[in-house]
Design a protein. Structure first.
Length: 419
């Protein structure tokens, strides 16, 4: 009995000691709970907003998508990317659809196309025949007063074409022989090829621009030799279109006379060398599924160096350069599967030009210059295209309609049959 009591008392004493040590080390558990309740901030739970109507949810999703993603390019209008005649886009808006004449001047673009095109308004015709990987090209046109023949080939990787117009004659009699070359005599060559996302077009020609007659003792030269090259982003253009080029022309106008003491050569004052950089840009500014409006700017900077005319005691030196630009518009709309209407306008602007003339007569020098800035003119056109199966017909309104109504209603007219 005493042992049991002593054992119980000892156990109680040990329990009290352990409890006291726990409290001292960790603190009272009840106080700790109260302290946590006093120091911790309880976050308030916000009530969930009521669900939005389905229409508002759709609008919100579309707005969020627009903010998250960049603006998509303007959608391509249906039925407008077709091959046109010359009534379409006469002002050369860079974003306009292709034309037959434009593709013939960059022959690779005719690859895979079989058609016949006739343009009575400008006495022009073109034939394209696709056979396998090769396309054969033929065109009839005029160069001044003489017929011009174009023949070429086109593939997906390149195209070449040659232009020929002949106006030559040789006259022989008892006194002397005379050779005559008529104005319009021409030989030219074209080359074009795609280079990845851009393409290149090059053209070279020799043109007799005025009648020239030469004898054994008198030789006349009245010709132009021209070279031009153009780069464009036509193969890859979507929402911005450009082309950049350079033209070089040697304009010859001279006369050489044979005399017993030697040759006497004279140069007329319009003989010159011209170099002209050019840049065209365009982009769509309005559009929907059926219509499109393009704004463009065609610019060129001609620099002309006229031949210096020298006599025994005098000389004349003349040069000129300038900046010319043409803001232009092109609008087109697909009315039905058969009808497309189109129209455009261009504003011709001589932004700046400078010409300098220097005359010398012995020791006396006379210098003069002319600076000019001119807004030249505004031109506009409108027309329509009708297509039924593989036949298409295009026409534009004549520019002189307002002065000569109904007698000259149609300006450009063409018909095209595709195969």
């Amino acid at each position: 009995m005493n042992i049991k009591i002593i054992s119980l008392a000892a156990a109680m004493a040990v329990s009290a000691a352990v409890a006291q040590d726990y409290d001292e080390e960790y603190g009272n558990s009840t106080e700790a709970v109260e302290e946590v309740e006093e120091t911790e901030e309880v976050e308030e739970v916000e009530e969930a907003p009521a669900p939005k109507p389905k229409k508002e949810q759709k609008v919100a999703k579309e707005e969020a998508k627009e903010e998250a993603e960049p603006a998509a390019p303007m959608a391509e209008a249906k039925g407008l990317n077709v091959l046109h005649g010359s009534a379409y886009n006469p002002f050369g808006n860079e974003a306009g659809a292709s034309t037959v004449r434009g593709n013939m001047n960059a022959p690779y673009k005719m690859a895979g196309t079989s058609l016949i095109y006739v343009e009575p308004s400008d006495e022009y015709a073109a034939l394209s025949i696709a056979k396998g990987s090769m396309t054969y090209l033929l065109a009839f046109d005029n160069s001044a007063n003489y017929g011009k023949l174009t023949a070429g080939i086109a593939t997906k990787s390149f195209g070449v074409a040659l232009d020929v117009a002949l106006a030559k004659s040789w006259i022989s009699d008892n006194d002397e022989d005379v050779s005559v070359v008529g104005a319009g005599d021409l030989f030219g060559a074209k080359f074009a090829a795609p280079l990845g996302s851009i393409d290149i077009t090059a053209n070279a020609y020799w043109l007799t621009y005025a009648n020239e007659a030469s004898t054994d003792n008198n030789e006349n030269d009245k010709w132009d030799i021209g070279l031009n090259a153009t780069l464009s982003n036509a193969p890859s253009a979507k929402n911005f279109f450009w082309s950049a080029g350079l033209d070089f022309v040697r304009h010859e106008n001279s006369n050489k006379v044979k005399t017993p003491v030697g040759n006497v050569e004279s140069t007329n004052n319009d003989a010159n060398i011209s170099i002209q950089p050019r840049l065209n840009i365009a982009l769509p500014v309005l559009g929907n599924e059926d219509a499109r409006v393009y704004v463009g700017l065609n610019s060129r900077i001609p620099v002309i160096f006229f031949d210096e005319i020298e006599n025994k005691n005098s000389s004349d030196s003349y040069s000129a350069f300038g900046l010319f630009t043409s803001p232009n518009l092109l609008a087109e709309m697909s009315l039905t599967e058969n009808w497309i209407i189109f129209g455009g306008a261009a504003f011709e602007w001589e932004v700046f030009s400078y010409a300098s003339d220097e005359l010398k007569n012995g020791e006396i020098k006379d210098e003069g210059s002319v600076i000019s800035m001119t807004t030249k003119s505004t031109n506009a056109n409108a027309g329509a295209r009708f297509q039924y199966k593989s036949l298409s017909v295009e026409a534009s309104v004549a520019s002189n309609l307002y002065t000569n109504a109904w007698s000259g209603l149609i300006g450009q007219f063409s018909a095209m049959l595709n195969f």
